[in-house]
Design a protein around this ligand. Structure first.
Ligand code: ADP
Ligand code: ASP
Ligand code: MG
Length: 422
């Protein structure tokens, strides 16, 4: 019988009643004859609670020793929820065993708080599955080569589940969450958003990387690399609904582009409030300035997203880029203390009140004028565009954060995403 991986998010695991419900659903799949591996997140709020405790004791620090303890701490949330689910399954009369990542092990690199999975040992899991047990594996974590516990970044249980599905060659990975699939945009921001029956892998990758947190980006990357069939669906349906119906619900992340051919030019809208803009003003316009500015930033391990350089006037230019909001202060400090004096630039300014809004769709490849339709809509709403970036299947703009919802709603309408597709 085929092997299936289920992943349950924090809200789905949010109380003992919800855990009981998850156990009943998993028991249903197990009794139907599937080999079951389940990857739970921590109970909702738990990861924030734990990280909050750390902050109460000492302000966050980039030091390796502090970051190591954050992982030691945050990983316990998933350990607790995994054990609780195993207990709930045993109470349902289903044999079940839970493992923390390090017990298998799930090996990662040593980048605390954002580690990457390198390998997964499947022997113990396969042996338990062969004995008919349901195996529960903690999401979000692994262990590095020095036996330090690591975590995979916020939302990382999605990645654990897909990586485990790939390693075990599961026939499908089902991501159960608090919405019933992937929508044209976050349904909490636009209530008219529509659920997509399928979304192409490439579009899902862009949606996730542009800020839709319904799937962590690395989980989509894994799914693409190892061709893991992936579906997002609701954990809030009654646990005893027909299994075949459940297995077809939600949104399928599809690898077949053909299915999408006749669909909309724009499939979805993503947004993200996690970035900050840095502008270096009055930079002497000569070869090497981009390298001088961004080289220093990269050396400090700060990731840069969008970049623009203006045309020069009187031999001077302005240079702007975006970084993660958590890196904003660090980037400003670095530029002020090192780069500005060397460059002889006039000034550096930062802005944390920005957001990035992106339209995504593989249909954009074959249609011109999609980006200009986006710009027209924003101009009609009186929203100023600060930066633009495009790829084959997406256009992103940086705007003032206070217009985010207005922009997303207006674009959702412009591209007919609130219309039912026949
Ligand atoms: P979980 O705890 O199950 O991992 P998350 O909170 O990480 O759940 O992700 C689910 C949430 O993602 C939804 O509640 C929804 O608000 C948000 N979301 C953002 N963009 C989308 C989208 N395009 N489709 C569906 N949900 C989205
Ligand atoms: N518990 C972790 C978090 O809150 C991982 C996850 O939920 O996927 O980010
Ligand atoms: Mg999540």
């Amino acid at each position: 019988m085929s092997l299936i991986v289920h992943k349950y998010g924090g809200t789905s695991m949010g109380s003992t009643d919800r855990i009981k419900n998850v156990a009943k659903r998993v028991a249903k799949w197990s009794r139907a004859g599937y080999q079951m591996v389940v990857v739970p997140s921590a109970m909702s709020g738990e990861t924030n609670r734990l990280l909050g405790l750390a902050k109460e004791l000492a302000p966050s620090s980039a030091s390796m020793s502090y970051q190591r303890e954050l992982d030691m701490l945050a990983s316990t949330g998933e350990q607790a929820s995994s054990a609780l689910l195993a207990i709930a399954l045993q109470a349902e009369g289903v044999e079940s065993v839970s493992y923390a990542g390090w017990q298998l092990p799930i090996r990662t690199n040593s980048a605390f708080t954002k580690a990457r999975i390198e390998s997964i040992e499947d022997k113990r899991v396969m042996a338990d599955l062969d004995k008919g047990k349901v195996v529960i594996i903690t999401g979000f974590q692994g262990v590095d080569e020095h036996s330090n516990i690591t975590t995979l970044g916020r939302g990382g249980s999605d990645t654990s589940a897909v990586a485990i599905a790939a390693a075990l060659k599961a026939s499908e990975c089902l991501i159960y969450t608090d919405v019933d699939g992937v929508y044209t945009t976050d349904p909490r921001v636009v209530p008219e958003a529509k659920r997509l029956l399928t979304i192409s892998f490439e579009e899902m990758l862009e949606m996730a990387s542009m800020g839709s947190k319904v799937l962590q980006i690395r989980s989509v990357e894994f799914a693409g690399k190892y061709k893991v069939p992936l579906r997002v669906l609701s954990s809030f349906t009654p646990w005893d609904i027909d299994l075949t119906e459940e297995a077809r619900s939600g949104t399928l992340i599809s690898f077949e582009e053909d299915e999408k051919m006749e669909q909309a030019i724009v499939s979805g809208i993503a947004f993200n409030r996690d970035e900050a803009k840095i502008s270096v003003l009055g930079v002497p316009d000569k070869p090497g300035i981009a390298y001088q500015i961004l080289g220093a930033v990269a050396q400090a391990n700060i990731e840069v997203d969008m970049i623009i350089q203006n045309i020069s006037r009187d031999g001077k230019t302005d240079f702007s880029f975006t970084v993660h909001r958590n890196d904003h202060a660090k980037t400003l400090d670095l530029l002020k203390s090192q780069v500005i004096p060397e460059l002889g630039a006039a000034e550096v300014v930062g802005d944390t009140k920005i957001c990035k809004v992106s339209i995504v769709g593989i249909g954009m490849r074959s249609h011109v004028g999609v980006a200009s339709k986006m710009f027209k809509t924003l101009s009609e709403e009186g929203i100023n565009i600060q930066m633009i970036s495009t790829s084959e299947i997406k256009t992103s703009v940086v705007i003032d954060e206070k217009y985010m919802e207005l922009a997303v709603r207006a674009l959702h309408k412009t591209f007919d995403l609130d219309q039912d597709k026949a």
